[in-house]
Design a binder for this molecule. Structure first.
Ligand code: KIV
Length: 273
C-alpha cells in the first residue's frame, strides 16, 4: 500500500516544477522506458518521468550509455509519453546527438519532441553545451541540465566514482551550474557529487536541482526505477534505497509457473473453456 496520496491530476509543467521549488515542495523523478512501467509510475503520482539514456544499460544490456541512438530514444520516449497522464516526460538526448553543431543538436531535439510527444529534453555538460542549449531553447524546447557524474563522458573520466571532490572541479561545477541557470535550463540534475557541493549549487542558482547521489539539500531526487524496485540487483551504490525486490519476486514467480506447468497443475478446470 502506497503511503503517498496524489493531490491533483493536473499535468506537470515547467512552471509547476518551478512553483514546487518556490513552495518548498520536493520534486520526485524516476526513470521509465516503456508504457507499462510509465503507466504505473504515473499512477503513483511521480512528478517527472525521465526517459534516461540509462535505457542503454537497463533495456539494451550495454555496459555504458554510449551506444544508444536518437532512434532508440524515440522508441522508448514515445511509449512513455503515451502512458504519462500527469507526469512531465523528459527524454535524454543520447551521446553524439548534441555535442557538435548546435543546429544539429536543435534538429535532434526537435525530432525527439515531435516523434515522442515528450515535454522536454535533458543533456549532459556545462559551459561547453551553451550553444546547443541556446539553439534548443530557441525552438521552444525545455532543457534540463545534468552535471557531476555525466555517464556519456565515462571514457574521459575512466571511472564512475564521485565527481568534484576536489576544489578545482567543485568550483568548475558551480560555475557551470550558474551558466546553465543563466542560459535558461528549467532544472538541473546533479549526479554523484558531495552533498555539501550540491547544497552550495542549490543555494546559488535560481532553478530547481534534482539530485542522484547528491544528498538531501537538492529540490528533488531522481533514481532509476529498475534499481529502486530491485529489478537490477547487480547495481548497489551507497545512494540507492531499495523499495522492493521485484527481481527476486519475478524469478520466484516464474519458477512457480514452470513448476505448475511441469507437474500438469496449470491450467486447472477453472482456467480453461
Ligand atoms: O539516464 C539516466 O537514467 C539519468 C539519471 C540517472 C539521472 O540520467
Amino acid at each position: 500500500m502506497s503511503t503517498y496520496t496524489i493531490t491533483d491530476t493536473k499535468k506537470v509543467t515547467t512552471k509547476r516544477i518551478k512553483d514546487m521549488m518556490l513552495n518548498g515542495e520536493k520534486i520526485a523523478m524516476l526513470t521509465s522506458y516503456d508504457y507499462t512501467m510509465a503507466s504505473l509510475v504515473d499512477q503513483a503520482g511521480i512528478d517527472i518521468i525521465l526517459v534516461g539514456d540509462s535505457a542503454s544499460n537497463v533495456m539494451q544490456g550495454n555496459a555504458t550509455t554510449i551506444p544508444i541512438t536518437v532512434d532508440d530514444m524515440i522508441v522508448f520516449g514515445r511509449t512513455v509519453a503515451r502512458a504519462a497522464k500527469r507526469a512531465m516526460v523528459i527524454v535524454d538526448m543520447p551521446f553524439g546527438s548534441y555535442q557538435g553543431d548546435p543546429i544539429e543538436a536543435q534538429r535532434n531535439a526537435v525530432r525527439i519532441m515531435r516523434e515522442t510527444g515528450a515535454d522536454g529534453v535533458k543533456l549532459e555538460g556545462g559551459r561547453e553545451m551553451r550553444g546547443a542549449i541556446e539553439m534548443i531553447l530557441r525552438a521552444g524546447i525545455p532543457v534540463m541540465g545534468h552535471l557531476g557524474l555525466t555517464p556519456q563522458s565515462i571514457n574521459k573520466f575512466g571511472t564512475y566514482a564521485t565527481r568534484a571532490t576536489g576544489d578545482e572541479e567543485a568550483l568548475r561545477l558551480l560555475a557551470d551550474a550558474q551558466v546553465l541557470d543563466e542560459v535558461g535550463c528549467f532544472a538541473l540534475v546533479l549526479e554523484k557529487i558531495p552533498a555539501m557541493l550540491a547544497q552550495r549549487v542549490t543555494d546559488s542558482i535560481s532553478i530547481p536541482t534534482i539530485g542522484i547521489g547528491a544528498g538531501a539539500a537538492t529540490h528533488g531526487q531522481v533514481l532509476v526505477a529498475h534499481d529502486m524496485l530491485g529489478l537490477n540487483t547487480a547495481f548497489k551504490p551507497k545512494f540507492l534505497r531499495l523499495y522492493n525486490n521485484l527481481g527476486e519476486q519475478i524469478v520466484d514467480s516464474v519458477g512457480n509457473y514452470i513448476n505448475d506447468v511441469k507437474r500438469g497443475d496449470f491450467p486447472n478446470e477453472n482456467e480453461q473453456y
